[in-house]
Design a binder for this molecule. Sequence first.
Ligand code: MLT
Length: 324
Amino acid sequence: MKKLVALALTSVLATSAFAFPVKPITLVVPFPPGPTDTVTRQLAEAMRKAMPGATFVVENTSGAGGTIGANRVARADADGHTLLVWHIGMASTANLYRKLPFKALDDFTYLGMINEVPMTLIGSPKLPANTYKEFEAYVRSNGGKLNMAHAGIGAASHLCGLMWQSAMGLKEGMTTIPFTGTGPALNALLGGQVDLMCDQTTNTSGQIEAKSVKAFAVTTSKRLSDNALLKDLPTLQESGLKGFDLTIWHGLYAPKGTPAAVSKQLNTALQAALKDPEFIAKQKALGAVVVTDKRVTNEGHKAFVADQIKKLGPVIDAAGQFAD
Ligand code: MLT
C-alpha cells in the first residue's frame, strides 16, 4: 500500500512541479504605450491562442531607456510568470551604460526573438523640407536650433539619433529631448514641442499615412519595397550616409534560473505565435517582419544578442559624442 501512495505522491508532485502557468503571465513592456507596447499586445493575443487557458497581462514599467522595466524582470521570481519584451535596447544599453543593475547575457533566460522593425526619420510638418536631401541640408545649417526626441539613453530612437548625427558628421549636435517612450515623444512632435525623431514604423506608420508628420528616410540598408506606404522613402545609405544600416528587433525574456521545462513551454508557445497568420499580418501592416530563423530558439536568440552587443560597441563609441 505504502508503495502505491508513494507512487501517487511522486506523480502528483512531478506534475505539480511543472504545472505552468498557475497564475496570469505578466509581459513587462519597459516603455509606455508606443511601438514596443504595440508589438507586445499583438504577441500576447497570439500566445494566448497557443496557450489555451493562460492569461497574459501587459504591464508598462517605463524609464531610463527601458532599463527600469528590464531590471524589474531580471529581479522577478524565476517562475515564468513575469516576462520582458524588449528590443535592441538589450544590446545598446549594455554598451551605453557604465553601471547597469543587470547583465544582459547573465541575468535573463532567453525565450526567443519576435520580429525585426525598420525605423523612419520623421519631422514636424512645419519643417521647410520635403525630401531627405532638403531635410539634411536644413539640419546641417540649423542643427543647433533643432530638438530631436527619443525614448531615453539606449532606446532604439536614441541609438538611431546617435548613429544618424554621427554618420552626418554634424559639427554641432541637435538638442536631444528624452521621453519615457516614443509614444509620448510622437505626441510632442505632433504638438510642435519637438522638431524630429527617428522611430519604429510600428509607431510612425499611422501618422505618416495621415500626413500629420513628414517622413524623410528609412534606416534599413534596402528600401521597404513591399510596403505600399513606405516604399518610396529613400534609405540613408542611398542618401549618402555610407553603410548606414539599422533594424530594430524585439525578443522575449524571463529571469535567469527559470526552470528549463517552463522556458521550453514558453518558447513553444512563442514559436506557435510567430506562425500565427493573424499576428504575422498585423506585424506586416506596421512594417515589422516576424522572425522565422533559428533566432526563434532560446540558444539562437541569446547568440544573436551576444553578437549585437559586440557589433554595437564600436558603432556607439564612434557616435558616443552625442550621448546625453
Ligand atoms: C524606443 O525608442 O526604444 C522605442 O520606440 C520606445 C518605445 O517603444 O516607446
